[in-house]
Design a protein around this ligand. Sequence first.
Ligand SMILES: C[S@@+](CC[C@H](N)C(=O)[O-])C[C@H]1O[C@@H](n2cnc3c(N)ncnc32)[C@H](O)[C@@H]1O
Length: 274
Amino acid sequence: MGQAIKHAYDLDPCVAELYDQQETQTSDIELLRRLIAAKQELRILEPFCGTGRILLPLAADGHSVDGLDRATPMLDHARAKLACLTPHLQERVRLLQMDILASPWPGGYDLVILGGNCLYELATPHQQETCIARAAQALRPGGYLFMDNDHMEGDLDPAWRNADVRAAFPRGTCADGTRIQATRQTVWYDAPNRLARFAREIRITRPDGSVEQQAYLEQKHPVSHDELAGWLDAHGFDIRATYGDHDQSPYTRDAPRAIFWAQKAPRNTRRNNR
Ligand SMILES: C[S@@+](CC[C@H](N)C(=O)[O-])C[C@H]1O[C@@H](n2cnc3c(N)ncnc32)[C@H](O)[C@@H]1O
């Protein structure tokens, strides 16, 4: 599209604070805990780790967790939370700043987590498939991938095609009085290829009344169960379970989420071609 796609998370420390104010769900962490219950002290990689919402509780459970993210404000917020925890726990967490698409990921992990709708951070199906390929490379043979996204089958949801200006994240007021208001408006879509571009406007009002504005374009591709299942197969995973929500309800076409628990084929194991 000729214009670099920027990201709200890179803009301001207040965005990270608002993320933690508003993203308080723990049902995905509880699901992960149930799935890994019998497995002890795993080496876990969480790309798109943000403020450590998922990663820090898993480190508290005794796992070693590496988080990858490109946004300085999100990583700084995660580091500030980590600094309040015990030295022993701090030793089990590494936070690395990188663009997930630009550099190879570290390797040798027992579990890779692509949680919290992170595939919606990416602009194209090719980029989303690249994440699954990189997850396969980062896992040891027999390691697991947990993938959890809102899901949309078929045509683009009408809400993605509607050109109304809508309120969007980040929005709210931070402890120091900084206020953020953001909107999103669909400016283009390609229904058959399931792509949409949004004009994003973000207004930051400082406690002294000064105002900063940011405007940029972003493109998204909604996640479909069938696409993900095909990419998992193509990159050497066996799907062990799929769920339609964090309570482990079976996946159906109209389920709110597409959740995959997949295993990288163990070494020397011949996979059936499905
Ligand atoms: C919605 S937050 C999710 C955070 C966390 N996974 C959770 O569930 O709470 C998405 C994160 O992905 C990061 N991100 C988006 N695109 C990225 C990229 N290309 N490389 C690295 N990080 C990226 C953003 O900076 C942001 O922190």
